[in-house]
Ligand binder design. Structure first.
Ligand SMILES: Cc1cc2nc3c(=O)[nH]c(=O)nc-3n(C[C@H](O)[C@H](O)[C@H](O)COP(=O)(O)OP(=O)(O)OC[C@H]3O[C@@H](n4cnc5c(N)ncnc54)[C@H](O)[C@@H]3O)c2cc1C
Length: 421
């Protein structure tokens, strides 16, 4: 019995490893040359949140094993999770070395016999009895593979869309971010007033655009302070134009934006030696599409910490929507509240051998802005992997499979589950 996982971001890595741990074979398809997705290619190597109020761990399992291993390998230290404060939640996210994280994933794929295909793009998904025929595009062109079950971890619901199940695409998505690392200046000698004056003049001349340095009202302070890491906003994800697909557009726009900032800063006193290095190879995408699931997590359910009868994991974070007009919209669950994720949010409505995991799970925009973080993507990936494997083993559909069987399998593999209700 073979299960196809499309996309080796954090959700896909955990899904693939769980599939093989649960005794099925796994074909893992990834368009890039390394695993990690946004964590590696997007330069966002700060997975969280595994711990909630008072330092209580709410997500463990495969993702947590990988993160702990990457930190230990680098000789690093885990944050003190008991110091958790909701409005400083990033302090209890766990910085990891993205190269080590990717290499560890690869090592595990090889050890566990995951059939990985890098530099391979999903081209077509056609139903077969049972399962799916996939058309893949590798370096030498198109070829087919058949799988009994499919898990979409593409971050964009590509497989779900190709299988003709509905998806939701917001009219305007949150901006992406293209992270770099800058060197060659000292924060101690920056003349912030002079920088602001020069910035405003450059903005008036059209040399700098809103979003180039984070929020529209910024004057490069955020960008300079963060040395360029996670410090710009690239709009128009999901807005194809002039015949270019939106992913081409966001990459081109991202590099044009960096070029504007680089040229501007390089002219400022104190920045003559400015240098700029890659952190991520791709523009990081916060939001593109979600599936229409059997259950949709709403902001109300998310913030109130509704415990679903078919919950497969927790998903702890504030609502965190980057809106180019309104700024950062943040809303916190009340103290002690930890949101959960239902199995139904991973099942494209009406499908029988298809699941989705990671940031594309069925949720409204506000709930999604809190559920898209890496620890939750890892937990949903692991849950989808276990569910798919149990479905092929028992012949049940994802809707029918008895919840105790799924819970048992996840607990056996180190996951933390919300209480049964
Ligand atoms: C700027 C930014 C800052 C963030 N900050 C944080 C943070 O500090 N902490 C945190 O925990 N989270 C953060 N997030 C959110 C988090 O990083 C992502 O939401 C999460 O990593 C998504 O994981 P995923 O596995 O669902 O998708 P992705 O990471 O997008 O992985 C999808 C994978 O599928 C592959 N793929 C896509 N389409 C195809 C196809 N058709 N065929 C084959 N392969 C395909 C991609 O190459 C990729 O490897 C941030 C996100 C951004 C953009």
């Amino acid at each position: 019995m073979k299960i196809g996982v499309i996309g080796a971001g954090v959700a896909g890595c955990c899904a693939a490893l769980q599939v093989v741990r649960s005794g099925a074979s796994c074909l893992l398809v990834e368009k890039n040359g390394l695993p990690g997705g946004t964590l590696s290619m997007g330069g966002v190597a700060l997975p969280g949140l595994f711990h909630a109020w008072g330092g209580r761990q709410v997500i463990a399992g495969i993702g947590w094993e990988l993160v702990q291993e990457a930190v230990a390998l680098a000789g690093g230290k885990l944050p003190d999770f008991t110091k958790f404060e909701m409005n400083h939640h990033w302090l209890t996210q766990v910085p990891v070395n993205p190269v080590l994280f990717s290499a560890l994933c690869d090592q595990k794929f090889q050890a566990m016999g995951v059939d990985v295909r890098y530099h391979t793009m999903l081209g077509k998904v056609e139903p077969r009895q049972p399962g799916w025929e996939l058309t893949l595009c590798g370096k030498d062109g198109l070829y087919s593979e058949t799988v009994d079950f499919l898990i979409d971890c593409t971050g964009d619901a590509n497989a779900v869309k190709m299988a003709s199940y509905p998806i939701v695409e917001p009219e305007v998505c949150q901006p992406g971010t293209y992270s770099v690392h800058c060197t060659g200046y000292s924060l101690e000698t920056v003349d912030w007033d002079a920088l602001r004056t020069a910035f405003e003049a450059a903005e008036q001349r059209g040399e700098i655009q809103p979003g180039d340095v984070g929020w529209a009202k910024g004057f490069a302070k955020l960008f300079v302070n963060r040395y360029g890491e996670n410090a710009n906003h690239i709009p128009f994800v999901n807005r194809p134009s002039k015949g270019r697909d939106s992913y081409t557009r966001i990459e081109v726009d991202a590099r044009a934006s960096l070029l504007r900032v680089y040229r501007f800063l390089k002219r400022q006193p104190g920045f003559e030696d400015l240098d700029i290095r890659f952190v991520g190879m791709e523009c990081g995408v916060r939001e593109s599409r979600v599936i229409v699931g059997e259950t949709e997590v709403t902001e109300k359910d998310f913030l109130s910490g509704k415990v679903y009868p078919d919950a497969v994991c927790y998903g702890f974070y504030p609502v965190d929507l980057h809106d180019m007009e309104q700024g950062l919209i943040k809303r916190y669950p009340a103290e002690g509240v930890v949101p959960t994720v239902p199995r139904g949010a991973l099942i494209p409505r009406g499908s029988r051998s298809l699941l989705a995991a990671g940031r594309i799970l069925a949720s409204d925009r506000m709930a999604n802005s809190g559920l898209r973080i890496q620890a939750t993507c890892m937990a949903t990936g692991q849950a989808a992997g276990a569910l798919a494997a149990l479905c092929v083993k028992t012949g049940a559909t994802p809707q029918e499979l008895p919840q105790p069987l799924l819970r048992e399998e996840l607990l056996r593999n180190g996951a933390i589950l919300p209480p049964e209700v």
